[in-house]
Design a protein around this ligand. Structure first.
Ligand SMILES: CC(C)(COP(=O)(O)OP(=O)(O)OC[C@H]1O[C@@H](n2cnc3c(N)ncnc32)[C@H](O)[C@@H]1OP(=O)(O)O)[C@@H](O)C(=O)NCCC(=O)NCCS
Length: 156
């Protein structure tokens, strides 16, 4: 795989299976929450992917509208072989641009990757500010209600 040939684009339906595999591999390591195929297909339009010209998926990230003035960055994974080369930043930037396009100026994430998101300009906040609506996803989390992720916010 020639890294200079990788690019970022919106996800296509054919990306759902490789995205699912990346998320499940990461979930097994406890780095993020697993997502079902059902959930993934319903939310596929929220995803950006890092892909090779052959269509192999090497990274993914989703921007989900949480409320009238809040979006959430979810399901961010960069393949181990291309980590620390700027692809995570590029995916997050793509999501932040989309938030601006949508007219949403506050973006939240629940994460274990505090240092990475600090680099992206996010700051740690209390989980109390996470809208109740978003806790619907948390009900399906194996860790609920003992969430050990950190809530982080970026005001655009
Ligand atoms: C966290 C993750 C998405 C970062 O993506 P990445 O492509 O490796 O990160 P980038 O190369 O874009 O890094 C951007 C900046 O963050 C820093 N950074 C990245 N990962 C970091 C980490 N774990 N700790 C501290 N800094 C980190 C980089 O050094 C870089 O700093 P710079 O601005 O000074 O150059 C990636 O490591 C990953 O997929 N990890 C496993 C899954 C995971 O935990 N996902 C997050 C779920 S919310």
């Amino acid at each position: 795989m020639a890294e200079e040939q990788l690019r970022i684009r919106k996800a296509k339906v054919a990306d759902a299976r490789p995205i699912h595999k990346m998320l499940m591999d990461c979930a097994r390591d406890g780095l993020l929450l697993p997502r079902s195929f059902h959930d993934l297909y319903r939310h596929l339009r929220e995803f950006y992917v890092v892909v090779s010209p052959e269509g192999e998926v090497h990274g993914c990230c989703a921007l989900s509208i949480a409320w009238e003035d809040l979006a959430e960055i979810r399901s961010l994974v960069i393949g181990g072989h291309i980590q620390r080369r700027g692809w995570g930043r590029k995916l997050v930037d793509a999501c932040l641009s989309e938030a601006l396009t949508l007219g949403i100026y506050r973006v939240l994430t629940l994460t274990y990757q505090v240092e990475f998101f600090k680099r992206m300009g996010f700051i740690e906040v209390s989980k109390d500010i996470v809208p109740q609506k978003m806790w619907a996803d948390c009900l399906n989390c194996p860790k609920f209600p003992e969430c050990d992720e950190t809530a982080m916010i970026l005001d655009l």
